[in-house]
Write a protein that binds this ligand. Structure first.
Ligand code: 5GP
Ligand code: ZN
Length: 113
């Protein structure tokens, strides 16, 4: 499948990997918006949050645990961080493979632009 993040997860396109297990891959965003900015993706290709089904409920729950553990490893639990999923055009989704942004290392503004 011609998908950038599938290729990154499979190591076909290089990235700065943070961690991976059987189901998830974490890597640094190429254009960081905060001192810490990494992405977590399921290795399984899911186009967006809109395409998630009941069968994916455990995967998504485990993704949140995976994210919290990685954030804690980097000490972000002490200062806080933000987890973002962009869906579709208005959400600002540019890569059509479900991913979560983890941003931290500075105070983030709310609401987003
Ligand atoms: P979206 O806008 O779809 O929510 O987020 C896509 C993110 O992927 C963007 O923050 C963008 O900087 C990042 N990105 C796009 N292409 C690459 C790439 O080739 N490598 C890495 N590491 N990040 C990428
Ligand atoms: Zn994909």
């Amino acid at each position: 499948m011609d998908c950038l993040f599938c290729k990154i997860a499979q190591g076909e396109i290089p990235s700065t990997k943070i961690y991976e297990d059987e189901r998830f891959f974490a890597f640094k965003d190429i254009a960081p918006q905060a001192p810490v900015h990494f992405l977590v993706i399921p290795k399984q290709h899911i186009e967006s949050l809109d395409k998630v089904t009941e069968e994916d409920v455990k995967l998504l729950g485990d993704a949140m645990l995976f994210i919290a553990r990685l954030a804690r490893k980097q000490g972000l639990d002490k200062t806080g961080y933000r987890v973002v999923n962009n869906m579709g055009d208005d959400g600002g989704q540019t890569v059509k493979h479900l991913h979560f942004h983890i941003l931290g290392g500075r105070s983030l503004q709310w609401p987003p632009g």
